[in-house]
Write a protein that binds this ligand. Structure first.
Ligand SMILES: C=CC1=C(C)c2cc3[nH]c(cc4nc(cc5[nH]c(cc1n2)c(C)c5CCC(=O)O)C(CCC(=O)O)=C4C)c(C)c3C=C
Ligand SMILES: [Fe+2]
Length: 425
């Protein structure tokens, strides 16, 4: 296999083995028997460093959903600027080929950053030369606006891709919401994630335009029991009670679209909701610890529910204190978001922290780029967010400024397949 920069050694061969790995590798092997076949497809190979190795691109589901969440994000939403369906299909085919290459640590194009005709622009931009695959995954989604009259897709729109309702307190900015297409690039090296989005945008020149993009760092969720729970910018462990790749039965029930759910082109796919949530960090930092913990219903140090001792103890919502009030307050985030408040509904959260500099008023422009995958947003994200937006004590400290909803098709099965083939054929 030709590596990035035209060399004959694959970047996985160069970088994938033996490097100091993160905890996910060893622990991942220990839990392998509980892991679904689909989830295994998109987990770094055993023995490869999870931080530098490659994640398989081909499989029944797209990588980047149950793949143990990487440390970095570059998310981009695109407007399709061509009106020609053939050009859109051609772009998806070219994107798929480039994605298959880049996720394995290769250049975006066959000549590479430095191997082509010196009189022509290179078919790779070059800033990832010499970098390992870094666990790069690229996950595509089709936005609600793609299903209009332009490409003859109106009749193929899944019912689950119904527009999200407006929620109380929303302060959504149009220019950083929506999008005909999205690509989620996750990697352990930010330069690898940025390189991937940049090259897809370059390939799409004249057919698509970047509508907005978002950088993220410090994953705010675990998507595997082999990972430790990270912290969000409010300082709390985030992702404790997330759906995880080992939860085989629940993934089937709450993550993957199944035959009969909607149009068959989405069978094996999943729906992505994105919300950019700005935090009023400076106000939060002046809130007393006890108030912060009451807002989440969890201990800030250990992440344990206020009714328990350890992080993964189940919360006891019936427990009352000496004052007769519930220990986990009625308006606490975990009580309101808990599956027991929503008929068991679960989400696979895959969000990232963001800091987009400061706002000119001495405040950090920072928060959570929330991303959640699910089988049907109408019965999962929407009811949960309806409850949170109405009652959550956290609302005093946050503001939702962007929103997106995307249908992420099933995986690309081999080199003859492409992203969304079943939608267009
Ligand atoms: C509509 C879905 C959700 C939004 C929006 C949301 C925003 C948001 N969440 C945190 C921090 C935490 N969330 C936690 C748990 C949690 N959150 C949601 C959903 C949304 N959060 C769910 C479904 C859950 C799981 C509830 C449960 O089953 O117990 C936690 C606790 C730890 C954990 O389980 O992950 C934290 C912390 C922030 C900061 C935020 C917006 C900025
Ligand atoms: Fe939450």
């Amino acid at each position: 296999m030709t590596g990035r920069g035209g060399g004959r050694i694959s970047r996985r061969g160069l970088f994938g083995l033996g490097a100091a790995g993160v905890a996910v590798v060893g622990a991942g092997a220990a839990t392998a028997s509980a892991v679904t076949r689909e989830a295994r497809e998109h987990t770094p190979a055993a023995g490869a460093s999870a931080a530098s190795g490659s994640v398989p691109f081909y499989g029944g589901h797209q990588a980047g959903i149950t793949t143990p969440a990487q440390d970095r994000l570059h998310f981009a939403a695109f407007d399709v600027t061509t009106r020609k369906r053939d050009e859109l299909v051609d772009l998806l085919q070219r994107w798929t080929a480039a994605a298959a290459r880049m996720t394995q640590g290769r250049d975006a194009g066959t000549f590479g950053a430095v191997g082509g005709d010196p009189e022509a622009p290179p078919d790779d931009t070059g800033e990832a030369l010499g970098l390992p695959p870094s666990g790069l995954t690229l996950t595509i989604g089709f936005g609600t606006s793609l299903f209009d009259e332009r490409f003859g897709l109106a009749g193929r729109r899944p019912p689950a891709l119904a527009d999200l309702p407006a929620f109380p307190g929303d302060d959504l900015q149009k220019d950083i919401s929506g999008g005909d297409l999205c690509v989620q690039a996750c990697a352990h090296d930010p330069q690898v994630a940025v390189h991937a989005i940049r090259n897809l945008a370059r390939i799409g020149f004249g057919k698509v335009a970047v509508r907005y993009s978002q950088l993220g760092f410090g994953r705010t969720s675990s998507t595997s029991r082999a990972q430790t729970t990270p912290r969000n910018l409010m300082g709390f462990k985030d992702g404790t009670n997330n759906l995880k790749l080992e939860d085989t039965d629940m993934l089937r029930e709450y993550l993957w679209a199944a035959p009969g759910d909607g149009p068959d082109w989405m069978d094996g796919g999943s729906y992505l909701v994105t919300r950019k949530i700005r935090m009023h960090i400076e106000t939060w930092d002046r809130a007393p610890l006890a108030e912060q913990q009451a807002i989440f219903g969890r201990d800030k140090g250990k992440g344990a529910p206020l009714t328990g001792a350890a992080e993964f103890d189940a919360p006891d919502f019936a427990k009352t204190g000496p004052d007769g009030k519930p220990v986990i307050a009625a308006d606490s985030h975990v009580r309101l978001a808990h599956p027991s408040s929503h008929g068991g509904a679960r989400l696979l959260r895959r969000g990232y922290n963001f800091v987009d500099g400061s706002d000119g008023l001495g405040r950090l422009d920072a928060g959570l780029f929330f991303m959640a995958y699910q089988r049907d947003p109408r019965t999962q994200f929407t009811p949960i967010q309806r409850t949170l937006s109405a009652k959550d004590a956290l609302n005093e400290y946050i503001k939702h400024v962007s929103s997106g909803l995307f249908a992420c098709p099933p995986g690309v099965v081999d080199a003859g397949d492409y992203w969304g083939r079943a939608l267009f054929t």
